[in-house]
Design a protein. Structure first.
Length: 190
């Protein structure tokens, strides 16, 4: 397995979206940056906030697209192409409707499950990038999904999501080093 060179936190730009379920990927990447002393700055050519630094002896890029979710691939594709980063060296942290709050899974490739951010990234990179799937639960009816992801989680959900984000930080070093199987074992058996 290859080491991860780019970690992307999906979300929507703007203060009104910061605390919404759709932005949990950004929450995780913000915490990763804080832990590792990396600072974001806006990079217009990459359509987002970018940070760069050394983690576990590996050069790593962090990206928070500022394109709105359904155009996330534009930002990810621009940075990956410029720095010649392969899809298998990219980890995308995102909200996952099919997992309950408190659950987090790591996987390589697969479909987009109706997630517009993943759909656009796949259009730019193909499907074979890593995903950190952060459970937010499902509202129960497809017609409610849009409003659900664009609202803040309830307090008890937020607590469970926070626990999942923390568990994912605990395996971040393994992921960066390319030890995804060890990371999956830890995450998926907890």
């Amino acid at each position: 397995m290859s080491a991860i060179k780019l970690i992307v936190g999906l979300g929507n730009p703007g203060r009104e979206y910061e605390a919404t379920r759709h932005n949990v990927g950004c929450w995780w990447v913000d915490e990763f940056a804080r832990i590792h002393g990396l600072t974001f700055k806006m990079e217009t050519k990459f359509h987002g906030f970018v940070a760069r630094g050394q983690v576990q002896g590996h050069e790593i890029w962090l990206l928070k697209p500022q394109t709105f979710m359904n155009l996330s691939g534009r930002a990810v594709g621009a940075l990956a192409q410029f720095y010649k980063i392969e899809p298998a060296q990219i980890l995308v942290a995102h909200d996952e409707l099919d997992l309950p709050p408190g659950s987090v899974k790591l996987k390589l490739g697969g479909g987009h499950g109706g997630h517009n951010g993943l759909k656009d990234i796949a259009a730019h990179l193909g499907p074979n990038y890593w995903r950190l799937r952060i459970g937010i639960g499902h509202p129960g009816d497809r017609s409610l999904v849009s409003a659900y992801v664009l609202n803040d989680p309830r307090r008890e959900e937020a607590e469970l999501i926070g626990i999942a984000l923390s568990r994912a930080q605990d395996v971040a070093k393994l992921i960066v080093e390319g030890k995804q199987e060890a990371a999956m074992l830890k995450l998926h058996t907890a």
